[in-house]
Design a protein around this ligand. Sequence first.
Ligand code: ADP
Ligand code: AMP
Length: 213
Amino acid sequence: MNAVVLLGPPGAGKGTVAEVLVDKGYRHVSTGELLREQIRLGTKLGLEAKTLMDQGQFVPDDVVVGMIRDLIESVDSGSMFLFDGFPRTLVQAEKLDELISDLCGTLKNVFLLECPDDVIVSRLSGRRTCSKCGAVYHTAFNPPSDDDGCDQDGCELVQRADDSEATIRKRLLVYAEQTAPLIDYYTNKGLVDTVDATQSIETVRNAVLEYIA
Ligand code: ADP
Ligand code: AMP
């Protein structure tokens, strides 16, 4: 298996970029989305994760790594994975290296989406997500074509519980403490391609596509 990682603070636009890479054949794996699926299903894992997520804290490494391991092992070994929101800690990054190496795979690129805090706060405050398919919009920067619902399935668009300003600030602190060290980790391996994520959605997507081509 081959893999690429989308790295960057919450709200930098990782999920938005991922949409175009899916069209290129990548299998999009968002750990945040996998956890929200567990919450929707009302599982024990989901209930435990929700308390942490609503406070802007991370779910324990072993839980997240377990989900990724199960997923990788259950799909075609020729898959190209696009990890979004994973890894988020050094422990997770080391575990991902082990999982990839066990499957004789390669981590091809790490795309670092750089975005300052004030831009992130305005993006996350206006983010709206489809309650059914998870498609992502923004009230001002990327509104749905029909105000009443999702362009894909017409379902209700909702604001995530963790997209309140206080929780966004907490998530930014956790990112700086626990995830930002991954920039050096992957830079030392020569894997990082940096993208200015403050640009328009189309420009950011094209920048990533150019690196991949
Ligand atoms: P992440 O997956 O990194 O948390 P999202 O892809 O969900 O971020 O994007 C966060 C919010 O910002 C969404 O409302 C999205 O529509 C909006 N957004 C994403 N990329 C851009 C961009 N380049 N310019 C303006 N808004 C953007
Ligand atoms: P996201 O959808 O990527 O913004 O993630 C939403 C929330 O899910 C995060 O704030 C964390 O609480 C949790 N989460 C997602 N991915 C991870 C991860 N790799 N490690 C720990 N917690 C995670």
